[in-house]
Design a protein around this ligand. Sequence first.
Ligand code: ADP
Ligand code: MG
Length: 411
Amino acid sequence: MQPQAFSELRDTGIEFLDRVPWGTHMCGFYEGEQDHTHMAMAFFKAGAAAHEHCLWITDRLTPSAILAAAEQNVEIFPYTEWYRPGSAQPQFLLEQWHRKLARALKQGYAGLRVVHCGADTFLSDRAAHQARETLLERAVKNKPVIALCPYPLKDLSLTDIIELSSTHSFTFFRGGEPGHEALATANRYNMLRTATAEVIHEIRNPITAIRALMELLHTKPEFHAYSDLFGRVIDEVDRVEQLASQFLNLARTCAPPSSAGCNLNAVIDAMRPLLEASAAKREQMVCLQLSPVPDIPCRPSEARQVILNLAQNAFEAMSANGILTITTYDQYPYAVLQVKDTGSGIPPEIMAKVSTPFFTTKGNGTGLGLPVCLRILEKYGARAAIDSSEAGTTVTVTFPAADFGNSKGPR
Ligand code: ADP
Ligand code: MG
């Protein structure tokens, strides 16, 4: 028995949720406004009973909610006031959280219980929302604080639900319809994603070790006779490693970063030797037609991954003498990337399936190249269009520029 840890569990007041430890930052999805108020009130009621200071930071306050909050002795802080203009400094906001907790403890409360409603910001400004959630996570972690962030299901896509689930300690759903299809899918997907990603992550460690050992044996003079064999084993190990990292890319649901972005031309320039070497191996050619484009908010590694996956498909679709043309151009406020090949094209009957995970027409394909691209693009609000005929395929990707609205021009 662990009396110490046990005594730190807090009653959530929410049916079927039971108790959670201090330091929990959870996400509750609700259907109607009534579910929202019920969820928040049940949470506060349990907090008041356990002598915690209850704080409601909200951008969606209805008159009935104000009344209910007053009954439970809940302190209400309008969201816009908590994050008032000029207080955007992370340090300021973190201290604001710490001060709240310190005051509550000084007044003899057991800790702080927060309902933090940032749904409107999530929908209008992802970067600001992400920054605020990160701060809240820091304010809650290892402290006598528990936080509940409610989000309205009707405003969210399945991807939003998965993204929000992955930035909180855990997620629950509250609503009138237990068989909600999107929720059931989200739950299944989330469980599968987490379990599979963990297994694959673990598999990568021995793979890396096997590759390193194979490389070592490959260079030993006494194994020269088997050099070809070692080369083939290494190629196969690389394929497994590629499959694993593609899958992890697909499974990860981290939000777009608020800072680091890139310029497509710089990324492509850095990839030039790799692209040329891959083309030369197949007796194909690469033609780069880069014109100045505005910066995009995409991580350079992710932009590289998109270009690599598209180029790989192009190489694989072409025979000797095929030409891969990568073009960039400015269509302000968008940066456009075009990857064009002179390959066999995508037959119309399979066009609808090509972005389905694991769909492949290749004997040794993974079927993850295009899904990974789309996952990355979706994160940055970019769009991809595929145009294909028997003369070849062109994939056009349109990225919104990083500086939507201010005057930084193309590079
Ligand atoms: P993989 O390349 O491992 O098969 P992808 O997701 O990258 O997986 O591609 C899925 C399928 O889409 C391919 O198997 C192929 O049939 C088709 N495809 C994608 N890009 C092209 C292209 N440039 N030319 C012809 N077919 C393509
Ligand atoms: Mg591919």
